[in-house]
Design a protein around this ligand. Structure first.
Ligand code: ADP
Ligand code: MG
Length: 463
């Protein structure tokens, strides 16, 4: 391969990066390379079969266009799976895993290798880490790319950058997966790193047991002597004062020693009820990242990656069906796929679109029975305002916001015109409707409350 050709491909990638969404770029284009360019044939190396399928199906014309802009006009464009392409892992040598505490080092001078020593502890220091969750089998898309990048940065240099890293977002969108992947990446590099993953429920249970059996010191030492502590679902600390206090001290000990803390929750710290202020503020010391539902392309890639873990390649129409069938939570998406695969295995069938629609029904999206009235009623109910108020003249903030959200939903869900939206909500001027839809669209991007309200209303609407 000529150096010049690699340069060409870099230029092409640079241009693609500017023209598509970040998620799309990372998922489909970033890990490609030019394998061959000869006699009108251009071969692009791709990392796996689903990237290949998606590029062939959806992006060929686009790629041709960009190539042409760069002075290349291949007659034929081919994609080839190329094993040399692995996703780059930005792990660095100089990790900040500090040496074991004095006591344990002294124990180790007996000549026993440390790994044996740690695995014989009742609590091993790779506790709770599941090898199934890696960066490699995590699909990066617009809703999770920031969280992904932060976890990778942490895996490269734990304890130095985002400390704590606080990931939040609804159920089943990959928080646990990402935190575990960070743990696995660190362990791959440093098998002796002391990493503990604990669900908050487990932390609570162990704390209660420690109190009961008077092992408080053991408990405290265990959690305060780790290199990386991953605490999942800290919303469950709500209302548990003594546990919060214990966690507060654990947090301080680790933070002061520059040990990495990774935390997840289903909501941002400010929304966790009855959380002590001192913990709430500590949770925001490092970096908080809001994870969002994956977009369609990301969902397609997730279906493919999950199927390929079972050694199965699904036809593209089936992948798209599944990605449309479940639009929000990845766990449900995986559930639908598993249900389908189990069914096919039992019946000796190949997984196809026909089998899937037979099993799961036709698309769940936009059932016909949802009307404008339904949407307005649901929205009013959600915000506990009356129908009269929402379609009436009042301009108080607690009525204006629900009204704007109702307008947004009418537009998004039913695609009806702005003048009609205005009429449905008792407004004369359709520019109000335009303004409202624009405002809510913007707010969704940065206001988790608005997003949650809309998700809740939609869920009820289609339940
Ligand atoms: P959360 O902790 O946010 O509730 P999980 O991390 O448990 O969600 O994710 C639920 C399931 O979905 C897991 O099996 C996980 O592997 C999968 N999953 C979520 N997001 C992704 C992704 N981007 N790529 C691959 N798998 C994903
Ligand atoms: Mg989880």
């Amino acid at each position: 391969m000529l150096v010049q050709e690699t340069d060409v491909w870099q230029a092409v990638l640079g241009e693609i990066e500017l023209s598509v969404s970040r998620g799309s770029y990372i998922t489909w284009f970033k890990n490609t390379r030019l394998l061959k360019m000869k006699d009108g044939l251009l071969v692009v190396g791709v990392p796996n079969v689903f990237v290949k399928q998606q590029l062939e199906l959806r992006h060929t014309a686009f790629l041709m266009e960009i190539l042409e802009k760069n002075g290349i006009k291949p007659k034929q464009l081919e994609f080839k799976i190329h094993s040399g392409i692995t996703v780059k892992k930005p792990l660095e040598e100089n990790m900040v895993i500090l040496p074991a505490p004095a006591q344990e080092q002294a124990d180790n001078t007996g000549g026993k290798p440390r790994t044996n020593r740690t695995s014989s502890l009742s609590h091993s220091y790779r506790q709770g880490i599941n090898e199934r969750y890696t960066f490699d089998n995590f699909v990066v898309g617009s809703g999770n790319e920031l969280a992904y990048a932060a976890c990778q940065a942490i895996a490269a240099k734990p304890g130095t950058k985002y400390n704590p890293l606080f990931l939040y977002g609804g159920v089943g969108i990959g928080k646990t997966h990402l935190m575990q992947a960070a743990g696995n990446a660190i362990l791959a590099r440093k098998p002796n790193a002391r990493i503990v993953y604990a669900s908050t429920e487990q932390f609570v249970q162990e704390f209660v047991d420690a109190l009961r059996y008077k092992k408080n010191t053991d408990f405290a030492n265990h959690y305060r002597n780790v290199d990386v502590l991953i605490m999942d679902d800290v919303q469950f600390l709500a209302g548990k004062e003594r546990v919060q206090e214990e966690f507060f001290h654990t947090f301080n000990a680790l933070h002061q020693a520059n040990k990495q803390i990774i935390i997840s929750s289903d909501k941002p710290p400010k929304d966790i009820p009855t959380l002590e202020d001192r913990l709430r503020s500590r949770f925001t010391w490092g970096m908080s990242i809001d994870m969002q539902n994956p977009d369609f392309e990301t969902r397609c890639a997730i279906v493919q990656i999950k199927a390929s873990a079972h050694g199965i390649t699904l036809p593209v129409d089936l992948v798209e069906y599944l990605a449309t069938y479940v639009q929000t939570n990845v766990r449900e998406l995986e559930g639908a796929l598993n249900q389908l695969l189990a069914f096919c295995e039992m019946r000796g069938l190949d997984p196809t679109l026909v089998v899937a629609t037979g099993l799961l029904g036709s698309h769940k999206t936009r059932p016909k029975h949802v009307s404008a009235k339904h949407i307005i009623e649901r929205t009013a109910k959600h915000f506990q305002v009356s129908m009269e108020d929402i379609i009436g003249p009042k301009r108080d903030k607690d009525i204006v916001v629900p009204r704007q959200i109702a307008m947004y939903l009418l537009r998004e869900e039913l695609k009806i015109s702005f003048p009609k939206i205005a009429r449905e909500l008792g407004r004369k001027d359709h520019t109000t409707a335009i303004h409202s839809v624009e405002k809510i669209t913007k707010e969704i991007a940065f206001d988790a409350d608005v997003r949650q309200a809309i998700a809740d209303i939609k869920e009820r609407l289609y339940a």
